[in-house]
Ligand binder design. Structure first.
Ligand SMILES: Nc1ccn([C@H]2C[C@H](O)[C@@H](COP(=O)(O)OP(=O)(O)OP(=O)(O)O)O2)c(=O)n1
Length: 131
């Protein structure tokens, strides 16, 4: 019983150590994921197709949080703290697998995303605000 109460507290400490209020970059996350995989000898599993399927699985878990709720207003009024925390975890799982997938495909995701936004702006020009 004692260990049951200690484990979550210890985990909480580990999480706190990691959580620092920074504007984290994709490159920083990418490096953390690389270290994480190396430390566990998981690089062998982090092949593009595996990562894609893992990401899709996490998109499914993310979708479950919204399932049967009808339209959900911005800011998620009525959602409890635990539910929002869970949402943050599922969003993170999707993001982390996406970053790792991009890395394992040799795609610089930040660079690709900036280029895609620029391309979108050409395809969908904003209406001019002048007279
Ligand atoms: N081979 C693996 C397995 C996990 N992870 C990391 C990336 C994800 O952020 C998280 C996913 O972990 P789980 O597969 O345990 O999934 P959940 O955290 O969603 O747990 P559960 O499915 O029990 O809700 O762990 C990873 O990088 N490589």
């Amino acid at each position: 019983m004692e260990s049951e109460t200690k484990v979550p507290a210890a985990m909480e400490e580990e999480v706190k150590k990691e959580v620092v209020a920074v504007d984290v970059s994709l490159k920083q996350l990418s490096k953390k994921l690389d270290d994480f995989a190396k430390e566990r000898d998981w690089e062998q599993y982090h092949k593009p197709r595996n990562l894609l399927l893992a990401m899709i699985g996490e998109v499914g878990e993310l979708s479950e949080l919204f399932m049967w709720k009808g339209e959900v207003p911005k800011g998620l009024p009525g959602w409890g703290e635990a539910e929002k925390e869970h949402l943050g975890e599922e969003l993170s799982d999707v993001l982390l697998y996406l970053i790792r997938l991009s890395d394992m495909c040799g795609v610089d995701l930040g660079d690709a995303a900036i280029r895609k936004i620029a391309k979108n702006a050409v395809k969908y020009p904003a209406p001019s605000k002048g007279a």
